[in-house]
Design a protein around this ligand. Structure first.
Ligand SMILES: Nc1ncnc2c1ncn2[C@@H]1O[C@H](COP(=O)(O)OP(=O)(O)OP(=O)(O)O)[C@@H](O)[C@H]1O
Length: 240
């Protein structure tokens, strides 16, 4: 099957400085890819290239074979590329319900019926937040807030969801619970592209893994293979 998302020889960074030195990858429709690697290896920079927050110095971003390198972040969202940033990913003063509605209204069209249908679908995925619908999102736990952020991003039915360090700031227990939720999302058929600091949890939740070191792809394989590769773990991925 053709790739939903493809990065072709991306060189990117800040000012004249390159942080990514020729990164290529692809994510097949309905599959999940997690990018892991040491601090400073360029994971966040790669996420910014995928979501359109920075323009690469060279290389191409392809979406369904179409060159979207020059399309900005809002334009990519309209094409079906959903994004959950690591921070400030909910409106803390708004209720959970209003966060979900806004997620829909930013991008999707259709009337009240379409909104209701999406709400039902999203809430079925995140039953944990149903009792909290009228609570301000800022009052939820970190894990629950991540679910609201994912739910809002899923409201317009994106084809791909990009998750920026979903376990950031969560306790180990809450992080593993959150990755169970991520797998639930993956089972709906949405394509997932994630970056993650917690190597083991991230790899365990995705089909494919990519190890990024100093802005270059060191390995790309089924996640289970990477998890079983002790040498890779000890050389590049630390104790996580
Ligand atoms: N906005 C920025 N402006 C300038 N340099 C930046 C910026 N963001 C990141 N960098 C630099 O780019 C390099 C890669 O950083 P990046 O955040 O992409 O790595 P990372 O793998 O996500 O790291 P971490 O796991 O610590 O979040 C680092 O040297 C960092 O200092």
């Amino acid at each position: 099957m053709s790739a939903e998302l493809r990065l072709d020889n991306i060189v990117a960074g800040y000012g004249a400085r390159a942080v990514l030195h020729g990164v290529s990858l692809d994510v097949a429709p309905g599959s999940s890819l997690v990018v892991v690697g040491p601090n400073g290896s360029g994971k966040s920079t790669l996420m910014r290239v995928v979501t359109g927050l920075i323009r690469p110095q060279s290389g191409r971003v392809l979406w369904d074979g179409r060159d979207i390198t020059a399309i900005d972040a809002p334009g990519r969202a309209r094409l079906g590329l959903g994004y959950v940033p690591q921070e400030a990913n909910v409106f803390r003063n708004l209720s959970v319900l209003d966060n979900l509605k806004l997620g829909h209204e930013f991008i999707a069209s259709g009337g009240a019926k379409a909104l209701r249908q999406r709400l039902d679908a999203v809430l079925a995925l995140f039953p944990e937040i149903v009792p909290k619908l009228n609570v301000a999102a800022g009052l939820l736990s970190g894990g629950q807030r991540q679910m609201v952020a994912m739910g809002a991003a899923l409201m317009p039915s994106p084809r791909l969801l990009a998750l920026d360090e979903p376990s950031a700031g969560l306790s180990p227990l809450n992080a593993s619970r959150l990755f169970e939720v991520v797998q639930r999302v993956a089972q709906t058929g949405v394509t997932l592209f994630m970056i993650e600091q917690n190597t083991r949890l991230g790899l365990a939740a995705a089909d494919q893994g990519l190890v990024l070191v100093a802005g270059q792809v060191k390995a790309r394989a089924p996640s289970q293979e990477l998890l079983a590769n002790g040498q890779l773990q000890s050389l590049y991925l630390g104790a996580h």
